[in-house]
Write a protein that binds this ligand. Structure first.
Ligand code: NDP
Length: 341
């Protein structure tokens, strides 16, 4: 069973060598009798920024449990059931849920509770770790529930071409907002403008003064900021928010490698004078909206009204580089690892 193992807790920027790919030669995995366990063949594995936070040794985690060094990386995946002692799953079923970065995973209760049978299957299966599950729901709940958007709002999205950001931009355009995204390369900016239909986009890495850049794109200010990045970008955004603006604090990827020394945010004072509503949220709190979301989004995908850009890495060997690449912006769109041979 080939596995991607976390060597030890990570501090600072993650490296490929923080993980290693190995093949265990122990006896074949099988479902113990009367065990309610499920044996999976992993097909698609998700690279998510939160996996970096789980590589830190938290004694009491803010919201995630740390990984265990010496064990496989864990995360969202799509898999085929090879064998099952669980009444909800049978051999051949396709499932999504939390699995290991390995060829085959034996999932035992209570972890089997994260598994859900996949239906329908007439869209790419990898979408069940992207637009059709966690990143999709994050964009949906974060934009519609947390940002309270209105037609005509000026909307700004950071990390706008990623798994979550690319959807927020499209949702905001469907609502009739003016939408600008920031991303870390010209290729990504072109994608945002030409394929995803945003009004404008800029490369934050080429802007020495983020405040001046935002003033250029939003001369009248920002109503809604969908924040994926944190740090200096949040500081600059606060200077450019309009009165009554809303900020959905989805993520702070610029801070995940320096959790011990976070960058200060100096402009929080603007929350008061501008009566800005700023709200952190976790996608897990919105699970009740999932059926409504699927009913809404599946037809739009099939009709080509919403597109989803994926960056596919082949094989478990490519998984460490794919995960580390989230922190250099190597991924264009949702980073997926194909686990199967
Ligand atoms: P992405 O697919 O957007 O990948 C991460 C991207 O972040 C990179 O491609 C890179 O793009 C950008 N980035 C990396 N480091 C920095 C940095 N230091 N400064 C600015 N940008 C950086 O990831 P996701 O869409 O999966 O996640 C986006 C955010 O949403 C993350 O912060 C994540 O933690 C959060 N999240 C929150 C959830 C919740 O429940 N609240 C659920 C899911 C995700 P670029 O080239 O633009 O730099």
């Amino acid at each position: 069973n080939k596995q991607v193992i976390l060597r030890d807790y990570v501090s600072g920027f993650p490296k490929e060598s923080d993980m290693h790919v190995t093949t265990t030669t122990t006896t074949k995995l099988k479902v113990p009798q009367a065990s309610n366990a499920v044996l999976l063949k992993n097909l698609y594995l998700s690279c998510d920024p939160s996996q970096r936070t789980r590589m830190t040794n938290y004694q009491s985690s803010p919201y995630f449990l740390s990984f265990t060094p010496g064990s496989p990386i864990r995360g969202h995946g799509v898999a085929k059931v090879l064998d099952s002692g669980h009444p909800n799953f049978k051999k051949g079923d396709l499932v999504r849920g939390i699995t290991g970065w390995e060829e085959n995973s034996l999932i035992t209760p209570p972890a089997t509770e994260t598994l859900t049978k996949i239906e329908p299957t007439d869209v790419p299966l990898s979408y069940y770790i992207g637009i059709l599950r966690m990143p999709g729901m994050t964009a949906y709940a974060g934009f519609y529930e947390v940002c309270s958007p209105k037609k005509g709002d000026y909307v700004f999205i950071s990390a706008a071409s990623g798994a979550v950001g690319q959807l927020v931009g499209q949702f905001a355009k469907l609502m009739g907002c003016y939408v600008v995204g920031s991303a870390g390369s010209k290729e990504k900016d072109d994608l945002l403008k030409n394929k995803l239909g945003l009004d404008d986009a800029f490369n934050y890495k080429e802007e020495p003064d983020l405040n001046a850049a935002l003033k250029r794109y939003f001369p009248l200010g920002i109503d809604v900021y969908f924040q994926n990045v944190g740090g200096k970008m949040l500081d600059a955004v606060l200077l450019n928010m309009r009165i009554g603006g809303r900020i959905a604090v989805c993520g702070m990827i610029s801070q995940y490698n320096c959790l011990d020394k976070p960058e200060g945010v100096h402009n929080l004072l603007h929350l008061i004078a501008k009566r800005i509503h700023i709200e952190g949220f976790l996608v897990h709190d919105y699970n009740h909206l999932y059926p409504k979301f699927l009913d809404w989004v599946l037809p739009q995908i099939k009709e080509g009204k919403i597109v989803y850009v994926e960056d596919i890495a082949e094989g478990l060997e490519s998984a460490p580089a794919a995960l580390v690449g989230l922190f250099t912006g190597r991924n264009v769109g949702k980073q997926v690892v194909v686990a199967r041979e």
